[in-house]
Structure formats: structure tokens, C-alpha cells
Ligand binder design. Structure first.
Ligand code: TXA
Ligand code: MG
Length: 327
């Protein structure tokens, strides 16, 4: 399926067609990566916007397409453990243990980068975040790319991460070369990021692999302290996950209003402009970003999000809700 779109060429001021190919073919999508194009693809967490990590022009285009601040490094996606040797200069014992335990899966491990990895991808840091998705389509696509693929989430910076291919199209159609169409993502929140580049492993971003799960493998893993967040976790200094609406975290469901929305795990009351009752925390995590986007489509002014406990993915969900609620 091809989706033509009109736009003005930035240089010559004339009307041109910009096309984003939408395909189900991993072969076609991988070919576009190998030719230096940008491809959005599904993973088990959220959709990513991929480019060949060895192609600096393609890396630059990722930042342009997403309007991403250049000081926010990209995660490099692999399909085979041996690719870590190309990307990392050295690997600590703790990194090795976490990779053995959790790859492929929703974990990004930050290690010292090799010289082959461009400073554009790592935003000038001497470390690189590496992740090996477990989702079948992602694995097949990455294998066919035959190169590690740098991929941030496939949203315009600051917007909720995309959990469907339609959400990617909403943000990036006409700005990227291809969308590899797949199912909605299973987890719905981005990977856990753990920095293993120094002696003591630190969780930089919470995700569905919890700190307890990491500690079962490497007991010394610790949470990031607020004071170090700014310099160790560049991604957190930028506005995140935010819908247009004001997000308010509540413990119990307020009285419904037609200009407001509610998402949570209690049974929804009648009268909301939009509402979703989730069966459990996993479903809440899977649905929350798409719920935010739907609220924007409906011009909802306020979104009430019910808080959840910290067990399992609850901690990561609360982290995203708090960031969305920050103004
Ligand atoms: O689940 C995910 O991780 C998704 C899918 C597509 O894999 N990707 C994703 O990428 O969420 P992005 O760019 O939206 O978030 C990457 C996060 C940012 O917070 C960034 O600062 C951090 O990872 N990061 C990447 N490389 C890093 C590094 N070398 N040191 C510290 N943080 C790093
Ligand atoms: Mg992102």
C-alpha cells in the first residue's frame, strides 16, 4: 500500500509528493534501511524509527524527522549477540550477566562504545545503549538489515510513544521512508535502560524488566538518584509522553465530566468524554499511550489517570504517568 502525500519542497518551493511506504514485508523494509532510508518498525515495547547506525546521513535524518534534541542518544538494535562486539569497546561482567539473562527482550544495556559507533548516535557520549528485541517481526527485520539499527521511539519528540503503526503514521507520515506494519505492541512502555558502563549498574529508565528482576541476576543494581538524572540519563531532561491535555494522577475515580477523560483499573462511570477501564496493570501499560493519543484526537482538556501499586510494571507505568503530568 502506498500513501502519497503533498508537501512543499523546502529548497525549491514547489509542490512535490513525499511518500511513506507502508508495507508488511520485512524484506522490503530492510532493503530501505540498507539504502540509507528511515523505517519505523514494531517491537515488543513500542514502535521504533530505525536507520543504519553506520550511515551518518540517515542518523541525522532521524533527529530531523522526530524533531529530537541532538543531545539525546539513540538505542542501537541488534538481532544477534555477536553484533555487540562491533558496538562495544568493552563489556563489564555485570553487563554480560544481564545480556545473558534478558536478551532478547525489553532491556537496553549501556556499555562503553567502540570507535565504529558515530557520535551522532550516542549524542557525543562515550557509551552506547544496545537492545535486542524479542518480537518476531522485529527480529526478522533486524536480521535482514545486516547492520545494527539505531532506533528511538517512532513518535515526534515529546509526544506519547507509538504502540500502533497508525500512531506512527499520525506523527511521521511524509517524514520517513517506510512503516513496517505490524500488530499493536505487547508491552506498551519503552524498554528498561540500565547503565553498566561503570562499576555500579544503574537503572536509567524503568520498564517491564523491574529492578527486582535485574537484582536477581546482579544484586548490586541500583536506582538512579534524582541528582544524577540530568547528566547520566539525557533522555529524562526533555519533555516526555505528554498528550495535549492536562494529565492529573488520582487515587480514585472522580465524578465524570464530558470534557475530561479517565483511565484506570476501576469500573468506569458514565459521563466521561472518553474512558477506559483496564483489567489489570499490564493492560493499563499497554493501552495508556494510545489512550493519550485518542484523547488528543477528541480534544479532551483533562485526563485523570488512576495511580497503581509499584509491583511488576506498575513502577514503570507510574514513572510515565508522572512525567506526562509534569508541565
Ligand atoms: O523500548 C525501547 O527502548 C524503544 C524501542 C524502539 O526499542 N526505544 C526507545 O528509544 O524508547 P528512545 O530513543 O525513545 O529512548 C532511548 C532512551 C533515552 O532516554 C536515552 O537518553 C537513553 O535511552 N539512552 C540511549 N543511549 C544512552 C546512553 N549511551 N547513555 C544513557 N542513556 C542512553
Ligand atoms: Mg522516545
Amino acid at each position: 500500500m502506498r500513501t502519497p502525500r503533498h508537501t512543499f519542497d523546502a529548497n525549491c518551493d514547489k509542490l512535490v509528493f513525499v511518500r511513506t511506504l507502508i508495507t508488511d514485508s520485512t524484506d522490503e523494509a530492510a532493503e530501505i534501511i540498507r539504502r540509507g532510508g528511515l523505517v519505523a518498525f514494531p517491537t515488543e515495547t513500542v514502535y521504533g524509527l530505525g536507520a543504519d547506525v553506520l550511515n551518518e546521513d540517515a542518523l541525522r535524518r532521524i533527529f530531523e524527522a522526530k524533531q529530537r534534541p541532538p543531545d539525546n542518544p539513540l538505542i542501537i538494535h541488534i538481532s544477534d549477540i555477536s553484533q555487540i562486539n562491533e558496538l562495544a569497546e568493552s563489556i563489564t561482567d555485570d553487563a554480560r550477566k544481564l545480556i545473558e539473562a534478558f536478551f532478547p527482550g525489553p532491556l537496553t544495556v549501556v556499555v562503553k562504545k567502540s570507535e565504529r559507533v558515530s557520535n551522532l548516535a550516542t549524542a557525543g557520549l562515550d557509551t552506547v545503549g544496545i537492545r535486542m528485541p524479542s518480537f518476531g517481526v522485529a527480529h526478522e527485520f533486524l536480521q535482514k538489515c545486516r547492520t545494527p539499527v539505531a532506533a528511538p521511539s517512532a513518535n515526534v519528540s515529546g509526544r506519547p510513544s507509538p504502540t500502533t503503526w497508525q500512531a506512527v503514521r499520525e506523527d511521521l507520515e511524509g517524514r520517513i521512508d517506510c512503516i513496517l506494519r505490524g500488530d499493536p505492541t505487547e508491552i506498551g512502555l519503552e524498554s528498561t535502560v540500565v547503565d553498566c558502563s561503570a562499576d555500579e549498574p544503574v537503572v536509567l529508565r524503568r520498564g517491564s524488566i523491574t529492578i527486582e528482576m535485574l537484582r536477581a541476576v546482579v544484586p548490586g543494581v541500583r536506582e538512579i538518584a534524582a541528582a544524577e538524572e540530568l547528566h547520566r540519563s539525557p533522555g529524562t531532561r526533555h519533555k516526555h509522553y505528554a498528550p495535549q491535555a492536562v494529565v492529573i494522577i488520582v487515587e480514585t475515580q472522580p465524578e465524570p465530566r464530558s470534557d475530561a477523560a479517565f483511565i484506570g483499573i476501576s469500573t468506569k462511570k458514565d459521563g466521561w468524554g472518553h474512558a477506559l477501564s483496564c483489567r489489570d496493570i499490564e493492560e493499563y501499560a499497554r493501552e495508556v499511550f494510545e489512550f493519550f493519543r485518542e484523547c488528543d484526537r477528541r480534544s479532551i482538556a483533562t485526563i485523570y489517570c488512576q495511580s497503581v501499586g509499584s509491583a511488576g510494571i506498575g513502577e514503570a507505568l507510574m514513572d510515565r504517568l508522572r512525567r506526562a503530568a509534569e508541565r
